[in-house]
Write a protein that binds this ligand. Structure first.
Ligand SMILES: Nc1ncnc2c1ncn2[C@@H]1O[C@H](COP(=O)(O)OP(=O)(O)O)[C@@H](O)[C@H]1O
Ligand SMILES: [Mg+2]
Length: 384
């Protein structure tokens, strides 16, 4: 019954749309054939609506191709438009009329005698006696059985045709995928370049300065040793301090390239370490986490590190949750009950996450309505 009801709703919406398409058909055809942008945009909107309608009914989305801008790309949409305009109304009315006829036939015995004698209830035969009326529910049963099969079949056929015409052809999917991969390769190169520049800056501005300081101190020690060796000891200690300082800086740079804790404790252990240092009480849930390539684990680690820094710095949250799930893709979710309003354009951290993740052909989404909560969800394909 539910299947018939869903099919009736689907077909009714299709009938209304088909009727409107039919009225607009001549104008649309002419305007699309001369490739008027407004008509093409209207066609794209109509097919998007149809995709949503079919996806809701069948539970399977129809993939959308890149927006077409030429007639060559649009002909499948146009064939659907013409086909739906010409057949949608008839198919819809037939699919909806069957169950309605079943209901009507069952009700006829209750009201046939109200009809005037010269204009009796006459579907499909004139009902002029109680015997005639008594047969109607039997006929209703026949209609009901027929519509139980025919109405969902009509809806499925209409949905199937729409899916066939409105899905991008396999070649287009492939072309789209190539475009996506080209973009992600460009993002990978860009991220790699940015990373190299950052390491170069860190080594140049920080580590190098600290080593220069060590060299300077050693120069002073040398001169002191020549003049008066007794005064050299405190200077040696200073040089030693400067060397320790330089070493600490160097360790910092190494950690920012690939945190050694990842090798030692794995991603879950490393993230647990980050959480232990987070000012907001945070829980960690790990489900079926496998080992991923070093670059992916490192990206995941930096994503969590940035997300937790944001939670501590901006959210005002009382509670935070980090979830790590799966191996391919590796899914990272960071949830906080703070004030929300995270905005990618407000700084560099979230954009950095986007760029890092795009380099792996992954996705990052942030959902942060005003008033919270904030959820950052990142999917990182493993590449294996
Ligand atoms: N968890 C969060 N809760 C509330 N606001 C956030 C959160 N994360 C980020 N934001 C907001 O989004 C902005 C952009 O974040 P981000 O790109 O990391 O920049 P920043 O360098 O300021 O941390 C932040 O300035 C902050 O206002
Ligand atoms: Mg930040």
């Amino acid at each position: 019954m539910l299947a018939v009801w869903r099919a009736v709703v689907f077909l009714l919406a299709g009938t209304v749309a088909a009727f409107v398409c039919l009225l607009a058909l001549p104008v649309m055809l002419i305007l699309c054939l001369v490739a008027r942008p407004a008509a093409l945009a209207l066609l794209a909107r109509t097919t998007r609506w149809e995709r949503t309608r079919v996806a809701k009914y069948t539970g399977r989305p129809i993939p959308e191709a890149a927006p077409p801008d030429r007639l060559r790309d649009v002909w499948r949409d146009l064939i659907w438009f013409v086909g739906h305009a010409l057949t949608g109304t008839v198919v819809g009315i037939f699919g909806v009329a069957l169950p309605l006829a079943a209901v009507n036939a069952v009700l006829v015995p209750a009201y046939w005698w109200l009809a005037p004698a010269d204009d009796p209830v006459s579907s499909p035969y004139p009902v002029t006696s109680w015997t005639g009326a008594a047969f109607m529910p039997l006929l209703g049963l026949g209609y009901a059985i027929l519509s139980l099969w025919a109405t969902p079949w009509l809806a499925r056929t209409q949905a199937g045709l729409a899916r066939w015409l409105l899905s991008p052809p396999p070649g287009a999917r492939l072309a789209e995928r190539v475009a996506e991969l080209t973009a992600s390769r460009a993002a990978a190169l860009e991220a790699h370049g940015a990373e190299l520049r950052r390491i170069e800056r860190d080594l140049h501005d920080d580590t190098q300065n600290r080593i220069v300081a060590v060299a300077m101190h050693l120069g002073i020690v040398e001169r002191a040793l020549r003049r008066d060796p007794a005064t050299a000891l405190p200077l040696v200690l200073k040089a030693q301090d400067a060397a320790s300082d330089a070493l600490a800086g160097l360790r910092g740079v190494v950690r920012s390239i690939y945190p050694p804790v990842l090798t030692e404790r794995g991603l879950d252990g490393a993230v647990a370490g980050l959480i232990a240092r987070c000012a907001v009480p945070t829980t960690l849930t790990v489900t079926t986490l496998g080992r991923a390539p070093a670059a992916v684990e490192s990206a995941a680690y930096f994503v969590v590190a940035e997300a937790l820094t944001n939670v501590a710095k901006h959210s005002g949250a009382n509670r935070c949750e980090v979830r790590l799930t799966g191996a391919d893709p590796l899914v990272i979710e960071v949830w906080d009950d703070g004030q929300g309003g995270a905005d990618e354009t407000g700084g560099t951290g979230l954009l950095g996450i986007q760029r890092r993740v795009a380099a792996f052909d992954g996705h990052a989404t942030i959902d942060s309505p005003d008033g919270g909560p904030t959820v950052l969800k990142v999917e990182l394909p493993n590449g294996s």
